[in-house]
Write a protein that binds this ligand. Structure first.
Ligand code: FMN
Length: 212
């Protein structure tokens, strides 16, 4: 057995207090996200997205958060991928942000909806052309014989769309996660961390502290 019992550190960077935390979780998320972004991490918008398949098996993968506002949190992907199959048109997802340098994590649970196609088109066309071609070349999450087959697929779509705008594939677009619960975690000394949970109750958010 590899024993990691002595691998440990104390978390001492800050406190999260219900008296000063924002009344709504989006404002709190924005404050923490901007604070993390200001520390100049390589990819500030990295998150883990969990979905559950038809057998109840949880899956997770890293995705990029591409937008957020009071409506929810947006990411883009292939609708035929594993996650797309789990989510369908209105599945449940859990987003997780882990900002080690700040000793913080944020968890967001909610129902997803597909973005209107016009919004996905707008984002798709803002991407570098090769990324747009990549969305055509990859049948995300399906088996493929080898790397060469993927590169041939990319070359084929490059030729196919030569000299024209790359259209948005039917199977590609955005999902918006509409939060129903959000939790903010700030590491504390002696493992006495601060946890604040916001739960949606009609139009209101109810905020409460949780035991660490
Ligand atoms: C840093 C990073 C960013 C990623 N961003 C995305 C993304 O925005 N959209 C996406 O579909 N996959 C993204 N991926 C790939 C996913 O982690 C995953 O492999 C892919 O979406 C297939 O997942 P699935 O088979 O569970 O559907 C990213 C991976 C990493 C490591």
């Amino acid at each position: 057995m590899v024993d990691l019992w002595d691998v440990r550190r104390e978390y001492t960077q800050g406190r999260l207090d219900e008296a000063t935390a924002a009344a709504d979780p989006l404002t709190q998320f924005h404050a923490w996200f901007e604070d993390y972004r200001a520390s100049d991490p390589l990819e500030p918008n990295i998150m883990t997205v969990a979905t559950v398949d038809a057998q109840g098996q949880p899956w997770q993968r890293v995705l990029l958060l591409k937008a957020y506002d009071p409506q929810g949190f947006v990411f883009f992907t292939n609708y035929d991928s594993h996650k797309g199959q789990h989510l369908g048109d209105d599945g449940l997802a859990c987003l997780h942000f882990f900002w080690l340098e700040k000793e913080r994590q944020v968890q967001i649970q909610g129902r997803v909806e597909k973005l209107p196609r016009s919004d996905s088109e707008q984002y798709f066309h803002s991407r570098p052309r090769d990324s747009q071609l990549g969305a055509w070349a990859s049948q995300q999450s399906r088996p493929i014989a080898d790397r060469a087959a993927l590169e041939q697929s990319f070359e084929a779509v490059r030729e196919r769309f030569e000299g024209q705008q790359v259209p948005l594939p039917d199977y590609w677009g955005g999902y918006r996660v509409r939060p129903q619960r959000m939790e903010f975690w700030q590491g504390g000394a002696h493992r006495l961390h601060d946890r604040l949970e916001y739960v949606q109750n009609g139009e209101q958010w109810v905020k409460q502290r949780l035991n660490p």
